[in-house]
Design a binder for this molecule. Sequence first.
Ligand code: CA
Ligand code: CA
Length: 79
Amino acid sequence: MFVDPDHGDYRLMRGSPCIEAGTDTGLTEDFDGNPRPVGDYDMGAFEYPLLRSDLNLDGRVDDTDLQILSRDWKKISGP
Ligand SMILES: [Ca+2]
Ligand SMILES: [Ca+2]
């Protein structure tokens, strides 16, 4: 489940079984220079990108992220 393997794009598609199925190789960046791991390591050269709604950065958008959003809803940061 790659984005466009016919044209050499082996980035992972959403739902790829390679996401969160890799092993820790000690690398902190993927082939594009993006940070890895995001959640757990992904198989292959590319880490599946950060989900903007993954507020606790565990690689999943779930109830925990919704609780974080709800807790902070309409708060204002700064002095
Ligand atoms: Ca991952
Ligand atoms: Ca999350």
